[in-house]
Design a protein around this ligand. Structure first.
Ligand SMILES: [Zn+2]
Length: 143
């Protein structure tokens, strides 16, 4: 049986907005710091299903279910915990991992292109203003 470290689970949780995640399943309305809607796990006419984006958890006061994004997906799609983690890692983890890989490989390629970009700036004076902002790479260091 596969096990997942707390760091991996935290990373997935951090990459998924629980309101965005539950939104397609439940018509959520903002209610103060929380979001609420009709519970997808039991029939109800008045919303008692609450989502707390700050804590990344949901709770239904009608039927008592609650949990995080993993718990929601497990109930919604009837998955086991490892299956829910794997499904969420695909949607949440992959883009982040992809970004990191791109950022890591950037310095080497950027160094190689400096001479060619400097030559093009000399021939095109109008382009020098925009070239002073090193757009590629800055998003890596700030995020
Ligand atoms: Zn409920």
């Amino acid at each position: 049986m596969a096990t997942y470290s707390a760091a991996v689970l935290d990373d997935i949780r951090a990459g998924v907005d629980i309101v965005d995640f539950i939104g397609p399943f439940v018509n959520l309305r903002k209610a103060g710091a929380n979001w609420k809607g009709l519970c997808p796990f039991h029939g109800e006419k008045t919303p008692s299903f609450m989502v707390n984006p700050k804590k990344g958890i949901f709770h239904c006061f009608g039927c008592g279910v609650g949990g995080d994004i993993f718990g929601f997906l497990m109930r919604q799609d009837r998955l086991s915990f490892p299956e829910a983690v794997r499904a969420l890692a695909k949607t949440a983890g992959s883009p982040r991992a992809f970004m990191r890989r791109r950022c890591g490989s950037r310095p080497a390629s950027a160094r190689g292109s400096t001479s060619t970009s400097a030559a093009s700036i000399r021939t095109l004076p109008s382009a020098s203003a925009s070239a002073q902002h090193p757009t590629p790479g800055t998003d890596c260091s700030t995020s």
